[in-house]
Write a protein of this length. Structure first.
Ligand code: UD2
Length: 331
């Protein structure tokens, strides 16, 4: 594959659905002000405080065709980040979560056809279910273990199909376990839970033996994958977005206790029903075709969370492409 897409985008009109949420708001920060950025969000979990001043906010439900039509008018790229991210909620309410995670995604693709816009879809490692191989490549079997995973697989495949059938440029990014600032709430993931427990000097609750592993990827790396997806020629495909490293939950608990200087005990609770044992990304395709390479090690990501320092993706303040981006490191 020839030269890779840059890690910057400028002078475009873009829409970020779920742009006030955890991942979406970090993406918006990287896109504004070099682009005209719009956010469509219902603020069910996101916050206005996360959205920069110069961004147009349309408050609405992504399932509402009128709101979406308004938000998407004249856009060049849609980053579709809005979703119900709780796996357990999808188990309790498969049909309702399907509305947001799949039906709305289809609406986004249809709207993009009208506008002739590119679509970058937030897919998930959940499409693999219990991964058939480790690290798991995009070509592995997809047998989701939750409605959430089925919904993400469906929109991931629709994105590919829209490229094939209608020549719409689409990319699906299969996020592994994303962490970083602004992640919070009951479904927010083990890293934010452990941080809260460690800071309160309360027990850090490891589910089961703690030997299960995950591929934790910092949100700034996820933003960088999105920026590449916004201009790549390698469309009509899905790409893993992780680090390629796996960390056990026990090790994670110990590191978080250390970086927060906490005296919390680490306690073991019953294993979580339906938990996947291991998860880790094979990044070969994402590196080869997209030029995506994660930059933030888990250790430096956790330290920056503990210190409250932010890690920006590789975009300079006015969005000018930086010829040194390939070699910029953090940590
Ligand atoms: C992640 C995604 C989910 C889906 C899935 C696909 C997050 C937040 N969720 O679910 O959206 O894409 O991957 O496979 O990224 N744990 C504890 N103690 C706690 C909480 C969790 O030990 O207090 C364990 C949990 O049992 C699991 C691991 O930590 O083994 C990660 O849990 P999670 O909820 O952060 O994410 P996961 O992998 O279930």
């Amino acid at each position: 594959m020839g030269s890779h897409a840059p890690e910057t985008l400028r002078d475009r009109t873009v829409l970020v659905t779920g742009g006030a949420g955890f991942i979406g708001s970090h993406l918006v920060e990287a896109l504004a002000p070099a682009n005209e950025v719009r956010v469509l969000d219902d603020f069910s979990t996101g916050s206005r405080d996360y959205v920069p001043e110069d961004v147009t906010v349309i408050e609405g439900d992504v399932r509402d065709p009128i709101a979406l039509q308004k938000a998407a008018r004249g856009v060049d790229v849609i980053f579709h980040q809005a979703a119900v991210v709780s796996v357990s909620r999808s188990v309790g309410e498969p049909r309702r979560t399907n509305g947001t995670n799949l039906d709305a995604g289809l609406l986004v693709l249809e709207q993009a056809r009208q506008e002739d816009a590119r679509v970058v879809v937030a897919s998930s490692a959940a499409v693999y279910g219990h991964p058939a191989e480790l690290p798991v490549p995009e070509t592995a079997a997809t047998e989701p273990t939750s409605p959430y995973g089925v919904q993400k697989l469906a929109i991931d495949q629709y994105a590919r199909l829209y490229e094939e059938l209608y020549d719409l440029p689409t990319v699906a990014l299969r996020y592994f376990n994303v962490y970083g600032p602004r992640q919070r709430g009951p479904y927010s993931g083990v890293i934010s839970t452990f941080f809260e427990q460690a800071r309160a000097d309360e027990p850090i609750t490891v589910a089961g033996d703690g030997e299960q592993t995950r591929d934790f990827v910092h949100v700034s790396d996820v933003v960088r994958a999105n920026l590449r997806a916004a201009t790549t020629d390698a469309v009509g495909a899905a790409y893993n977005v992780g680090t390629g490293d796996r960390t056990s939950i026990q090790d994670l608990a110990e590191t978080i206790r250390e970086v927060t200087d906490s005296s919390s005990p680490i306690v073991h609770r019953d294993p979580r029903a339906g938990d996947i044992r291991h998860s880790g990304a094979d990044l070969s395709r994402a590196t080869r075709r997209l030029g995506f390479e994660p930059r933030v090690s888990l250790e430096s990501g956790l330290r920056s969370l503990a210190d409250g320092t932010s890690i920006a993706p590789v975009v300079d303040p006015d969005g000018t492409p930086d010829s040194n981006t390939e070699h910029t490191t953090y940590g």
